[in-house]
Design a protein around this ligand. Structure first.
Ligand code: HEM
Length: 532
């Protein structure tokens, strides 16, 4: 990008409104007269302690990094807009939600998106087999709405308590610091609900070609609430108008040999060229109840809501039209969370969603800092009036005309901030049940995985088998056995091809002949079990 371009772009970083110049200064604003030489006693040293410019430059450099995101560390971002259709399919949006951003046709809401990979660090290759993050922050007139989703529409687990274990199993080994299929499949083979996600992940859907040609999904089940306080269950999906493109393992390896930033580059360059990527936002809607007629629970994020029963209803369109001017300030410091909803949008009882909602702002107070919401990329584009105060790096406290600045508490009769009026009836779900630790009914861990397997094109199935066999052939026999059993439980053909693939891969496996014969026996037994 040329400097000229950078200057004409709206910057979210500059905030002072002061006259600018190209003279180098310290962070205190002092002009720097010599940026090449330390101040020393004679030109051979030693240096002196009052080298303020040097000390400031070096100590700031020493603090340049903040902690990476514990997951989704590798990412790329862009600014854009959301344009509402004013309708949900053929009905007015107001029938289902009073959220202002959806009400009028053509209503524009500015937004920021961050795409990411999940498991590895901030500079890891973008060709890895991994879900892709798809996090959208809408700066609505009612405050921010974050829709923190992935490219795939389901997830590995359905209970938030399991998330740290799942992530540990997929992250590098704490001893060798290498990602290890044995650890991954040790966890997966003991987590049958993950089979649906594994079926997607090891197919070409596990390596989207780039960020522009992939779908996005909220994955978890949310609610919409209308003026009467009536709620429906909702799932969100982003459909790319560029089409969907996924890679085979070989294609990904070819790209990775030459470029490990290809997705970031693709997004940035497309926007610079003026080819603004677009996605249509669609929702699936269900009435707000348990839906005993379904063979899955609508709050189970390992399940798809069948499209023929719950059609994708378009509600608006997103266009990404501006690149960040400072990666760190805008992309790295951006902070999304599932708790960030506006009036008319609500949580469901989805146990993953509820666990996630604690985790995001908790990690962001640690990763970015207590006042992360004062940073321009995270701050709402509307007036904020809060009695929350101070903390590290407090940048400002908004003064509100006519509000007594001495009153930083509520309630007060001395002219402090007041509660808002409710914009509609509250949604007040009723609960009556024992407090338990228990799995949900209707787990049905394998049926949809089988349907997904059969729904793939043949080349996708072939890739899935190749990739899974490749990973499983590095695993001990008892893990292979469990995995074959679960693949059979999804679909006979799936189980058979995995079992055969593992057997064929056997001669290339390490170990003694005896161990290999034992493993063959185990594979055969597992195949028999899975068929039952
Ligand atoms: C990032 C936790 C499940 C999508 C993160 C981060 C944490 C986290 C701690 C780092 C946030 C930051 O540093 O700013 C969890 C927990 C989960 C969970 C505890 C389950 C209980 C999911 C699911 C999805 C998802 C199901 C997909 C819908 C994302 C995305 C990001 C992220 C897209 C990156 C956001 C960004 O670009 O900054 N998650 N997550 N997570 N998570 Fe989750």
């Amino acid at each position: 990008m040329s400097n000229e371009n950078a200057d004409t772009k709206q910057s979210t970083v500059r905030s002072t409104g002061q006259e600018t110049s190209d003279i180098l200064t310290t962070r205190q604003g002092h002009p720097v007269y010599d940026n090449q030489n330390l101040r020393t006693v004679g030109n051979r040293g030693p240096a002196t302690l009052e080298n303020y410019h040097f000390l400031e430059k070096m100590s700031h450099f020493d603090r340049e990094r903040v902690p990476e995101r514990v997951v989704h560390a590798r990412g790329a971002g862009a600014h854009g807009v959301f344009e509402a259709y004013g309708t949900v399919g053929s009905e007015p949006a107001s029938r289902y939600t009073r959220a202002k951003l959806f009400q009028e046709k053509g209503k524009i809401t500015p937004l920021f998106v961050r795409f990411s990979t999940v498991i590895h660090g901030g500079h890891s290759p973008e060709t890895l087999r991994d879900p892709r993050g798809f996090a959208v922050k809408m700066y609505t007139e009612d405050g921010n709405w974050d829709l923190v989703g992935n490219n795939l529409k389901i997830f590995f687990i359905r209970d938030a308590l399991k998330f740290p274990d799942f992530i540990h199993a997929f992250k590098p080994d704490p001893v060798t610091n290498r990602q290890d299929p044995v650890r991954q499949f040790d966890f997966i083979s003991n987590t049958p609900e993950a089979m649906h996600m594994i079926t997607f992940l090891f197919s070409p859907w596990g390596i989207p070609a780039n960020y522009r040609q992939m779908q996005g999904s909220g994955v978890n089940t949310y609610k919409w609430v209308n003026k009467e306080g009536e709620a429906v269950l909702v799932k969100y999906h982003w459909e790319p108008l560029q089409g969907i493109k996924n890679l085979t393992t070989k294609e990904a390896q070819t790209i990775q040999a030459k470029n490990f930033n290809h997705a970031t580059q693709d997004l940035y360059e497309a926007i610079e060229r003026g080819e603004y990527p677009q996605w249509e936002l669609c929702v699936q809607i269900m009435s707000d109840d348990e839906h005993a007629e379904l063979d899955f629970d609508p709050l189970d994020d390992t399940k798809l809501w069948p499209k023929d029963q719950f059609p994708w209803l378009p509600v608006g369109r997103m266009t990404l039209n501006r690149n960040p001017v400072n990666y760190f300030a805008e992309v790295e410091q951006s902070a999304f969370g599932t708790g960030v909803l506006v009036d008319g949008l609500d949580f469901s009882d989805d146990k993953m969603l509820q666990g996630r909602t604690f985790s995001y702002s908790d990690t962001q107070r640690y990763r970015v800092g207590t006042n992360y919401l004062q940073l321009p990329i995270n701050a709402p584009r509307k007036h904020v009036a809060t009695n929350q105060r101070d903390g590290q790096m407090a940048y400002h406290q908004d003064i509100v005309d006519g509000v007594n600045p001495h009153v930083n508490y509520e309630p007060s009769s001395l002219g402090g901030l007041k509660e808002a009026e409710r914009p509609g009836k509250d949604h007040t779900p009723h609960y009556s049940a024992s407090l338990v630790r228990a799995k949900i009914d209707r787990q049905n861990n394998f049926k949809q995985a089988g349907e997904t397997y059969r729904g793939f094109e043949e080349w996708e199935r072939t890739e899935l088998i190749f990739n899974l066999v490749d990973a499983l052939s590095k695993c001990p026999a008892h893990i292979q056995e469990k995995m074959i059993e679960m693949c059979y439980a999804c679909d006979d053909d799936y189980g058979r091809r995995i079992a055969e693939g593992i057997q064929q891969a056997r001669p290339t496996m390490e170990g003694t002949e005896g161990a290999s014969a034992d493993a063959d026996k185990a594979v055969k037994e597992a195949a028999e079990k899975g068929k039952d």
